[in-house]
Design a protein around this ligand. Structure first.
Ligand code: UDP
Ligand code: MG
Length: 321
């Protein structure tokens, strides 16, 4: 069988503590494979020594490539840039903190060779993560599956191998607030899972604080479902029906029992708080969608690159440096 080129895509944000070990383990696995490979690190605007450490690696090892972002554009954008510049016949997207075991890559390539286009890692357990993170992740993946019509596999992160075909298809989706694993389900192709135990972070702390987690969750839901918007019409119709009945009751009371019709402060406040709450909630949901429409309308590039290393000749699809 012909030798293939496998691109390994590794986003890095303030990961100085893990870089040497990640590089060591990735290189070991890829060397043993006896295939051509390249490791594309994306420095997502780190504020520590990540950038200079990756630049050093690029000097000593030409198979290491670097995409250096001009600022922090976020994990999903980083892996998108990796796919934009990858030259491989297949590519593996893997977290830089060794929570996704590189040792699984040979097995993924084997499955890919047997004819699958996407081999995604499904987490059967997660170590070293807080109860809160595990619980919210579990609930979120199931909630998202209920909301969407496409089948986005549960308990699956971005750790996966994809074929060049999938990457080319993804490049045609220019949307901004990206939930990459959802987009991959959307494009389709033959997909299969490989189960693994998600280990602890090798070092350092999570780069996904609650705020980024919520943003990712919102992107997942809003990009793949209109159901939250429909909630407005649903709640609206229920409430109008209830209000109509209440209005009838009030009228009947006013006409037939005027002496008991004393206006109550508490009930007015309760009703007004309730309705205002619902209205604000619905405005918020609509706002989530409108904000994203605005992002699309601006048509800005998805990311800005400060420098490319060991692949200066490659052209990204979105803009030139
Ligand atoms: N990451 C990134 N940009 C960010 C946040 C995270 O490139 O803004 C990278 C990070 O360096 C890591 C991967 O995305 O390689 C996953 O992040 P992390 O391990 O912190 O998330 P967790 O595993 O805790 O969900
Ligand atoms: Mg991690």
């Amino acid at each position: 069988m012909d030798n293939i080129l496998c691109s390994v895509i590794v986003p890095m944000y303030n990961e100085e503590e893990v870089i040497p070990e990640t590089y060591r383990r990735l290189t070991k696995v890829m060397e043993e494979l006896n295939e051509n490979y390249e490791i594309i690190f994306i420095n997502d605007g780190s504020r520590d020594n990540t950038r200079s450490m990756l630049q050093e690696l690029c000097k000593t090892d030409k198979r290491v490539k670097l995409i250096d972002f001009a600022r922090n554009f976020g994990h999903q954008v980083a892996i998108t840039a990796g796919m934009d510049y990858a030259a491989g016949d297949c590519m593996v997207i893997i977290d830089g903190d060794l929570q996704d075991p590189p040792e699984l890559i040979p097995e993924m390539i084997k499955i890919w060779r047997s004819g699958y286009d996407i081999v995604y890692g499904k987490r059967i357990s997660r170590q070293g993560e807080t109860f809160f993170k595990k619980f919210t992740a579990k609930v979120f993946y199931r909630f998202l599956q209920k909301l969407t019509d496409i089948n986005i596999p549960v308990d699956t992160g971005d750790f996966r191998l994809i074929d060049r075909k999938v990457c080319e298809a993804l490049k045609q989706l220019p949307e901004r607030n990206r939930y990459v694993r959802g987009l991959m389900s959307w494009v389709g192709f033959r997909q299969t899972a490989i189960e693994f135990e998600r280990s602890e972070r090798f070092a350092g702390k999570t780069k996904y604080p609650l705020k980024k987690m919520l943003k990712l969750a919102m992107d997942g839901i809003v990009s793949f479902s209109y159901k939250p918007l429909r909630l407005a019409s649903f709640l609206g119709s229920i409430i109008s029906m209830a209000s109509f009945l209440y209005l009838l009751a009030v009228l009947i009371q006013r006409i037939f029992f005027p002496e008991t019709a004393i206006s109550g402060w508490a009930s007015i406040i309760a009703v007004s708080l309730f309705f205002n709450g619902i209205i604000l909630l619905m405005l918020g949901i609509i706002g989530e969608y409108i904000g994203r429409i605005y992002d699309e309308a601006k048509g800005r590039p998805l990311y800005i690159i400060r420098e490319l290393k060991n692949m200066e000749d490659r052209e990204g699809p979105r803009f030139k440096i």
